[in-house]
Ligand binder design. Structure first.
Ligand code: PLP
Length: 261
């Protein structure tokens, strides 16, 4: 049976990040994609020029409508924008989504620096959404913000922060090391009582728009197919590496281009 995967995230009209990236990823991974929209952004490959929020109650209405009719095999949560939307998403998933794997990508800042999460929403994200998560996928600045600590600059600190994030309630934590001050880009997965390092090299590319969205969506798709977190992350990392390599075939915008699904 084909897995049904739901993204709860913001829209990127340029098609590189947000729900547009999520839906392309779900299709490319052989799953059926669905999308609940939390916010519209006005943006292109060069940056975000506006954000228009969907009322939190209407985000909940969208989630309710999907779950009332459709079997959902996994959920990916991306841009949640505000504390009110975080609360509404948590309430709706607690009510309708019991037992469904949830990947939380704690989206905070767009590549160009625009804020995609209100400052007071980090607390709601921690308190309401992390405990619902099967896996969270912060990068180094996001892990630091969730913990209220300085950003990790080495592997030991990444490992400690992964353990500390686990204590906030998610079943597994993937910290992405792409911001480390070296040519290496190791990710660390804390799951099932152990730490696993997934080695990577930083690719020399400007085509990084939507890479976080794509990775978390690919993980959700694989969890929805029934893989465990380590298998799902391994598959998803292979997929994003190939999508970055294929981005050279695209000609989309003058800024940080999207990956090719
Ligand atoms: N979600 C939305 C709606 C966005 O616009 C962005 C970035 O612009 C992101 C998520 C995060 O993007 P990335 O995958 O590049 O971290």
């Amino acid at each position: 049976m084909i897995a049904n995967i739901l993204s709860i995230a913001g829209s990127d009209p340029s098609g590189g990040a947000g729900i547009q990236a999520d839906l392309k990823t779900f299709a490319a991974r052989g799953t059926y994609g669905m999308a609940v929209i939390t916010a519209l952004t006005a943006q292109n490959t060069q940056g975000v020029s506006g954000v228009h929020l969907v009322p939190a109650s209407f985000v909940a209405d969208q989630i309710r409508a999907v779950f009332a009719d459709i079997r959902v095999d996994a959920v990916k949560i991306g841009m949640i924008a505000t504390a009110e939307i975080a609360e509404a998403v948590a309430d709706a998933l607690t009510k309708h989504g019991e037992g469904v794997p949830v990947v939380v990508d704690p989206v905070m800042v767009a590549k160009g620096g625009a804020s995609l999460l209100a400052a007071d929403a980090v607390e709601a994200l921690n308190r309401r959404l992390l405990p619902l998560a099967t896996l969270i996928t912060p990068n180094l600045p996001e892990a630091a913000a969730l913990l209220g600590e300085a950003e990790a600059g080495d592997r030991d600190t990444m490992a400690h922060q992964a353990e500390r994030l686990l204590a906030l309630g998610p079943r597994a934590v993937l910290i992405k090391g792409g911001h480390l001050p070296s040519n290496e880009s190791p990710d660390v997965l804390a799951a099932s009582g152990r730490l696993t390092w997934l080695e990577g090299r930083r690719s020399a590319t400007r085509n990084t728009h939507g890479t976080g969205c794509t990775l978390s969506s690919a993980i959700a798709a694989e969890l929805g197919k029934g893989l465990d977190p380590l298998q799902a992350v391994t598959e998803a990392k292979g997929y994003i590496a190939a999508a970055i390599a294929r981005a050279e075939e695209l000609s989309v915008g003058a800024g940080h281009g999207p990956v090719h699904h």
